[in-house]
Structure formats: structure tokens, C-alpha cells
Design a binder for this molecule. Structure first.
Ligand code: NAD
Ligand SMILES: O=C(O)C(=O)C[C@@H](O)[C@H](O)[C@H](O)COP(=O)(O)O
Ligand code: ZN
Length: 362
């Protein structure tokens, strides 16, 4: 079973998202890029290097002049300029030129960091996303947002740089531990809440099959989420407007992620941030108290946290004011206008934000 989605900018196809259940057809993506006389560097983390690197290398080596690998320690703590420095060093020492190619084999951390390396090395070289986590398949591998954290502030240094292809092997989802697997549902539930109430309902109806990682159902989840993300990024590739809706739950979520020193996964922090943003949406009379309660229960049913402890509300507020959503001193906050629709609101006050943050700190 293979499914393809094409991402277009200004009506022109830019790259394909390929959903597969093995790695056998990667060569098609490489052939499109004429890689036979190019060097390829596969960038991955210390977990994936033990799981899929050899299999991918075996295939890629027949379609490249030379294959290098660059592995860094797994986890958000590595998503910074120190790791990018080591990547540049490796590429320079190995003589990578502008026509060569990077492959990001891993979760969102590998994808964001490799994408940023590709965007900046020699002023930009090609890269392919090979997402292995659910979160990376439904969200981070699509749309060309690349970057790294700085002083633990999330994604503060980055660039828009589109991949040449996004190739996923859904069987890799079977080796994720439960925490990593369910963290993907932070972004998936977000897609339903901001864009598609039917999808949100469908997720609830299919929770049992999702729980047992039925690959046919996961194919549907990934396909629907990728379509939602594709539609948004095609209309607004550089987040001048509507793309900001994808930030639902992130303003407070990113601040929690920073203050928890990356002990919680990104999807878990997005889940907590969505509870706060849904609380504000309820306070603004956009959704009912029952709908707020339903959102909290659905997030819990996907084994995601809905609150956090051990951090101070004032610190979280301060970090939200340093996030990228500030514009002329005002925060661009994403609220639900109803379940299945979201809006940008620049009138949320610090007092309202503190109340929402208090709601998620236990
Ligand atoms: N660029 C974007 O649009 C975008 C969107 C959403 C999230 N992000 C970023 O993505 C990151 C989160 O992504 P993530 O949750 O994939 O984190 P991650 O890359 O750290 O992966 C989570 C953990 O799962 C492991 N892992 C990944 N795939 C595996 C597999 N198949 N089997 C076993 N273990 C596996 C990793 O080694 C890691 O330990 C954050 O940095 C976030 O800011 C970016
Ligand atoms: O693609 C986007 O745009 C998103 O906002 C997707 C988010 O899930 C993702 O976490 C993104 O990296 C957040 O963007 P940022 O600009 O707030 O760093
Ligand atoms: Zn996110």
C-alpha cells in the first residue's frame, strides 16, 4: 500500500509526501534528484542509528557517489547550534558541495536540525525528510519550517527551507515507545480542533484501533493530518497569516517545554498548551464548558498530560512573551472560534493568559 500527496506552491508541485510500509522505494525519490554522482549524508540520532540506519544505508549506497552518516545524541537537548556546528564540520571535512544531499532520518528533532543545516550550509543544499516518529510524519516533516533552539527558547534560530521529498515507512511507528507514540497525538488532535471537527470526532471513534497501532488506521490518520497541514502551508508558506493557526497550543506549550527543561516531549507540551488555549476559548464564549471538558477528556484518552507541576505561572508567562508570536508588542494568540475552527487573536491580555496558565499548573 502506497499513498502520495503532492505539496504545491503557487500551483506548482514542489515535493511529494510518500506513505509506505517499508524502505524499498526510496530509490525513486533519489532517482528524481539524480543522486548517482552526488554525496549523501544521512543525519540521524543515537536511537535511530541502531534501528533503521543500516537498512536505509544499504539502499541509498547504490544511488550515491558516497554515503556518509552523522549521528547525534537523541533528544531535544541536541537541537541547538552546537550540533549544527558539528554537522557543518563533518560536511566541510568530507567535501560536500552545493549539489550534494542530506537525508534526515528520525523524528522532528532530526528533521528540524538537518533542515536547518541544509538551509544554511553553502547557502542552501537539498535535503529529504524521512520521518520516523508519528509527530514528524503528521507535522514536522511538512512545510519547510527548520530550526534549532537557543538558550532553551524553542526554534529561535531557523529558516524556511523546503525538503525535496518526504518519505515515510509507517512500520517504524511500531518501535516507538508509548510516550513517543502518543505524543504525536498532541499535533493530530490539534489538526482536528483547528480545521476539521469531523476528523476530531473520527479520532475519538477510532481510539481503540489507534491504541493498538493498526497500520491501516494510522495510514488514514497520517493522510488526513498531512492533508490538513498541506492545505495550510500551501496557502501561507512563510506564516504571514493563516499558518499561525498551526501554532494552536504552542504559545504556552513552548513555554512549558522550556521550563520543564525538555523533560516533557513536544507533543505533550502542545497537549498542555491546548488545554490552556481551550480554556481561554471557553472564557471568550467561543466554546462551551462541556466542549472544554470534552477536549480535556480526549487529550487524556490519548494518554497525554493536561497539566504540569513544578513550574511557576509567572515564569511560563514570561517565556510566552519571548516566543515568536509577538508582533509590535502584542501576542498573536490562537483561540478556537468553535470546535474545528481557529482564529488569531491579538487582544488576549496578560491577566487572561495568567488565568489560563493557572488552569494547567497543578
Ligand atoms: N518543523 C515543524 O513544523 C515542526 C512541527 C512539529 C514539531 N516540530 C519539532 O519536532 C520536535 C519533536 O519531534 P519528535 O516528537 O519526533 O521528537 P524526537 O525527534 O526527539 O523523537 C522523539 C524520540 O523518539 C525517538 N524515535 C523517533 N522515531 C523512532 C522510532 N521509529 N522508533 C523508536 N524511537 C524513535 C527519537 O530517537 C527520540 O528519542 C520538536 O523539536 C518540535 O519543536 C517541528
Ligand atoms: O508548521 C507550523 O507552522 C507549525 O506551527 C507546526 C508546529 O507544530 C511546530 O511545532 C512549529 O515548529 C512551531 O512553530 P514556531 O514558529 O512556533 O517555532
Ligand atoms: Zn508543534
Amino acid at each position: 500500500m502506497s499513498t502520495n500527496i503532492t505539496v504545491k506552491y503557487n500551483e506548482s508541485p514542489v515535493y511529494d509526501i510518500v506513505l509506505e510500509q517499508d524502505y524499498n522505494t526510496i530509490y525513486r525519490e533519489l532517482n528524481k534528484l539524480n543522486t548517482k554522482n552526488k554525496k549523501i549524508c544521512i543525519v540521524t540520532d543515537s536511537n535511530l542509528s541502531k534501528l533503521y540506519l543500516n537498512e536505509v544505508m544499504e539502499i541509498v549506497k547504490d544511488y550515491a557517489r558516497e554515503v556518509e552518516t552523522f549521528t547525534f545524541p537523541a533528544g531535544e537537548e541536541s537541537k541547538n547550534l552546537d550540533t549544527v556546528y558539528l554537522l557543518y564540520e563533518r560536511l566541510i571535512r568530507s567535501g560536500f558541495d552545493r549539489k550534494d544531499l542530506l537525508i534526515a532520518l528520525g523524528g522532528g528533532v532530526v528533521g528540524d536540525l538537518t533542515g536547518y543545516g541544509a538551509a544554511t550550509y553553502l547557502r542552501g543544499i537539498n535535503f529529504i525528510q524521512m520521518p520516523t516518529s508519528l509527530l514528524a510524519m503528521v507535522d514536522s516533516s511538512i512545510g519547510g519550517k527548520t530550526g534549532v533552539d537557543f538558550l532553551k527558547f524553542k526554534n529561535m534560530v531557523g529558516a524556511f527551507h523546503q525538503p525535496k521529498s518526504v518519505y515515510m515507512n509507517l512500520k517504524t511507528l511500531l518501535s516507538l515507545n508509548d510516550e513517543q507514540y502518543f505524543s504525536g497525538f498532541g499535533e493530530i488532535i490539534k489538526h482536528g480542533l483547528i480545521k476539521d471537527a469531523d476528523y476530531y470526532q473520527w479520532l475519538k471513534d477510532n481510539s481503540k484501533a489507534i491504541e493498538r497501532r493498526d497500520l491501516a488506521v494510522l495510514n488514514e490518520v497520517i493522510y488526513r493530518s498531512c492533508q490538513i497541514k498541506r492545505e495550510v502551508v500551501e496557502k501561507d508558506p512563510k506564516e504571514l497569516g493563516e499558518r499561525a493557526l498551526l501554532n494552536y497550543g504552542h504559545t504556552i506549550g513552548h513555554a512549558v517545554e522550556k521550563h520543564m527543561e525538555f523533560k516533557l516531549l513536544h507533543g505533550e507540551c502542545v497537549a498542555i498548551g491546548m488545554v490552556a488555549a481551550s480554556y481561554l476559548s471557553y472564557k471568550r464564549n467561543n466554546i462551551t464548558q462541556n466542549q472544554l471538558q470534552d477536549i480535556v477528556e480526549v487529550i487524556k484518552s490519548f494518554r497525554l498530560p493536561v497539566s504540569v507541576s513544578g513550574i511557576a505561572a509567572e515564569d511560563v508567562l514570561k517565556a510566552t512573551l519571548n516566543d515568536k508570536k509577538m508582533e509590535s508588542g502584542r501576542i498573536k494568540f490562537i483561540l478556537l472560534s468553535e470546535v474545528g475552527n481557529a482564529c488569531i487573536d491579538t487582544t488576549v491580555t496578560e491577566t487572561e493568559m495568567l488565568e489560563a496558565i493557572d488552569f494547567i499548573i497543578k
